[in-house]
Design a protein. Structure first.
Length: 369
C-alpha cells in the first residue's frame, strides 16, 4: 500500500509540473486559433503523462531498456494525439469560418443562412440563435418599412388637409378685409369651424407623437367599463343626432378595469365618432361591454357596410382613411392609430372584424378581479 501511495505521489508531481508548464505556454496563446489551443492541450496531456511516468520510473529504478520502451510508447501516443488535435482544430476553424461568412452576409442586410456543413453542438447552437435573430430583424425591417411608408403618406395627407382649410381661411379673411363679404356673420362662423378643425388635427398629431415616442404614460385607476361607455355615449349623442344615427348601449355589463379614465374616454370617443361618420342615416351604432376569456372587452359595432379584407390589417395604421366602403373622414386618419397606441399602453389590444352590415371594433383589456 505504501509503495502504491509513493507511485501515485511521484506520478502526480510529474503531471502537475508538466501541467503548470503547459498552462504557462497556453496563457499567451489563448487568443490565437483554436487549432493552436487544441495542439497545446494535446501536448500538455501527453507531456504530463510522460513526466509522471518518468518520475515513477526514476523512483522505481527501471532498467534503461524498460524506460526506453515506455518513453517510445508515450512518444507514439503523443504524435497520434497531436495529429488528432491538429485535424480537429482545423475542422473546427473551418466551420467557424463558414459561420463567420454567413454572419457577415447577415450583417450586410441579408438573411442569415446557416452553413450546410455540420458543425459542433456549440456552433450549431450559435447558428440557430443567429437564424432566430435574423428572422426577428427581418420582421423589424418590414415593420420599419411599413411605418416609413405610413409616415410618408401621413405627411402627404396632412399637407393636403392643412392646405385646403388654410386656403379657405385666407380667402375669407381677404373678403372680410376688402369688405366684399355679403354675409360677414356666415364667414365668421365658417372661419371658426375651420379653426376648430385645424385645432383637432393638431391635437391628434400631438397625441400620436406622444404615443409613438413612448412618452405616453397612463395613470390607471379602478373603474367600470359600463360607466366609461355610458359617458362616451352621452358625449357622442349630439353628433349621432345630427347625422340621424341611433346609438344603442343596452348591453353594458359592470366590468372592472384599471385604466386611465381620460385616455380611455378618448379611445371610446374616437371609436364612436369613427362609427357614426361611417354609418348611414337611420343606421345603428351599438356599444357593448362584457367579460370574455378572462379579459374585459369593449366593442363598438357600426353599419358601415364592412371593410375590404385587404384593408382590415391596415385599419389601425397611421393615416389610414379607408376605401370605397368607408369614405375618408374629416380628420387626418389618426384616430384609430391613437386608439391602438393608447390601448397597447394599457397592456391591451385593439382589433376589428367584419360583421353582417358593418364592422366591429373591439378593445380588449386586462380584467381586474
Amino acid at each position: 500500500m505504501r509503495d502504491l501511495l509513493l507511485i501515485a505521489l511521484f506520478a502526480f508531481g510529474g503531471a502537475v509540473a508538466a501541467g503548470l508548464l503547459g498552462a504557462a505556454v497556453l496563457m499567451p496563446l489563448r487568443h490565437r486559433s483554436v487549432t493552436v489551443s487544441l495542439a497545446v492541450v494535446a501536448v500538455v496531456a501527453v507531456t504530463a503523462m510522460l513526466a509522471g511516468t518518468l518520475a515513477v520510473a526514476w523512483a522505481m529504478f527501471l532498467s534503461p531498456h524498460d524506460l526506453t520502451v515506455v518513453t517510445l510508447v508515450i512518444t507514439m501516443a503523443a504524435v497520434v494525439s497531436l495529429a488528432t488535435a491538429l485535424l480537429l482544430g482545423r475542422w473546427v476553424v473551418a466551420r467557424s469560418h463558414d459561420l463567420a461568412r454567413a454572419a457577415r452576409d447577415f450583417g450586410d442586410g441579408g438573411d442569415f443562412a446557416p452553413p450546410e456543413t455540420p458543425a459542433t453542438a456549440e456552433l450549431a447552437g450559435l447558428a440557430r440563435e443567429l437564424a432566430a435573430t435574423s428572422e426577428k430583424l427581418a420582421a423589424s425591417r418590414a415593420r420599419e418599412r411599413a411605418l416609413e411608408t405610413s409616415r410618408r403618406e401621413l405627411v402627404a395627407w396632412i399637407s393636403h388637409d392643412l392646405r385646403t382649410p388654410l386656403t379657405g381661411l385666407r380667402a375669407m379673411a381677404e373678403a372680410l378685409e376688402d369688405g366684399v363679404a355679403d354675409d360677414p356673420a356666415r364667414y365668421h362662423r365658417q372661419i371658426r369651424a375651420e379653426v376648430d378643425r385645424l385645432t383637432t388635427m393638431v391635437g391628434d398629431l400631438f397625441e400620436l407623437s406622444r404615443v409613438q415616442a413612448g412618452a405616453f404614460l397612463p395613470v390607471p385607476a379602478r373603474m367600470s367599463l359600463r360607466d366609461l361607455a355610458a359617458d362616451a355615449l352621452l358625449g357622442a349623442a349630439p353628433l349621432a343626432e345630427e347625422r340621424g344615427v341611433r346609438l344603442v348601449g343596452d348591453d353594458l355589463d359592470h366590468v372592472p378595469v384599471e385604466v386611465d379614465g381620460k385616455e380611455m374616454t378618448r379611445v371610446l370617443a374616437n371609436l364612436l365618432v369613427n362609427a357614426i361618420r361611417h354609418t348611414p342615416a337611420d343606421g345603428t351604432v351599438a356599444v357593448s361591454a362584457a367579460r370574455h376569456d378572462g379579459h374585459a372587452v369593449l366593442a363598438v359595432t357600426d353599419g358601415c357596410g364592412g371593410i375590404p379584407a385587404d384593408d382590415l390589417p391596415r385599419v389601425f395604421d397611421t393615416g389610414w382613411r379607408g376605401s370605397a366602403a368607408r369614405t375618408p373622414p374629416a380628420g387626418a386618419g389618426l384616430g384609430l392609430a391613437i386608439v391602438r397606441g393608447i390601448v397597447e399602453a394599457h397592456a391591451g389590444r385593439a382589433d376589428v372584424r367584419n360583421v353582417p352590415g358593418g364592422c366591429r371594433f373591439e378593445v380588449t383589456l386586462p380584467l381586474v378581479t
